[in-house]
Design a protein around this ligand. Sequence first.
Ligand SMILES: Nc1ncnc2c1ncn2[C@@H]1O[C@H](COP(=O)(O)OP(=O)(O)OP(=O)(O)O)[C@@H](O)[C@H]1O
Ligand SMILES: [Mg+2]
Length: 318
Amino acid sequence: MANLIEKTYSLDIFGFTGTNFAIKGFEPCNHPNVPMLKKEYVFRRETLRDVVNFIDCSFGDGMLIVGATGCGKTSLIEQVCARLQFPVQSYTCGGSTEFMDLVGQWTLQNGSTVWMDGVLTKAMREGHVLILNEIDLVDPAELANLNGVLEGSPLVLSQKNGEIVYPHDNFRLVATSNSNGSGSDGMYVGVQRQNLAFLDRFLVIEVDYAERDVELEILSRIAPNIPKTIQERMVELANKVRTVFKGEDDTSVELSVTFSTRTLIRWAIQTQRNQGAPCPLSYALNRALLNRCSNAEEKESINTWAIALFGSSFDPEA
Ligand SMILES: Nc1ncnc2c1ncn2[C@@H]1O[C@H](COP(=O)(O)OP(=O)(O)OP(=O)(O)O)[C@@H](O)[C@H]1O
Ligand SMILES: [Mg+2]
């Protein structure tokens, strides 16, 4: 296992210059659990501050990052860790996730039974950041088993003769979810109402889709061949769809899809890759978003807003 040597970084590594703020991380050492750095990632000052402060000192809490799908929750914590060279254990939860899936299990290897630490045990032993994605899909009774760990208590491996795993000083638990634990509002299937005592052990930050300038910066990094004026309209369309989806627009249209940053990036990449198509913007939008619409009216409405923004060049039938 690679040896971790502490190193102090400045905010420069996140693209913010001129601030005297020391952040604890580690020397680069090709650690296999440090997430891959994405150069195109654009940090936002407010959310970055919360995450960096939490990584620096958790004060015995977990951190819950709440926000709409594809707004950048998982990538935020991963990209902070990538720049600080902080090792990460990641797990994406589902409806059937049990506490023991996180703790570990006995497995059969070459005829003998061997204990395999799960992500929680590994992160606690080695001082990694544990990222639990989609935590609101898990049965609250299973998550209640994490209460002790979230308070800094050691983990007892009852299945392994009661071995005690003490939390390393650098162990942090970060969860992400689409809801704030208060149950499903119908938008995200499978979301469960979470236990109040469990939620009380988290520092909660809410993340929304990035502001226009941030999304423009993302587009300029991932699709530099698309002209700036087009990129601006792409972000405008994404924001229009988001507003209508949330019911905050005065149109009577109801949408079953929204325009995540993930979708916006896919649209831009596909547009850039399909420059030879008759209408690359429309071709790519169909694949990135419109083919997921639940009916023709929704598709029609989004197309109409796009034509209003991009002109008839958007309409392949024009
Ligand atoms: N600020 C950003 N800069 C660059 N890329 C971003 C940014 N925010 C999000 N992305 C990209 O958008 C995609 C979706 O982000 P991410 O997976 O973090 O979303 P999420 O909020 O965790 O979504 P979900 O709720 O569906 O899990 C990723 O490919 C990510 O790299
Ligand atoms: Mg995620």
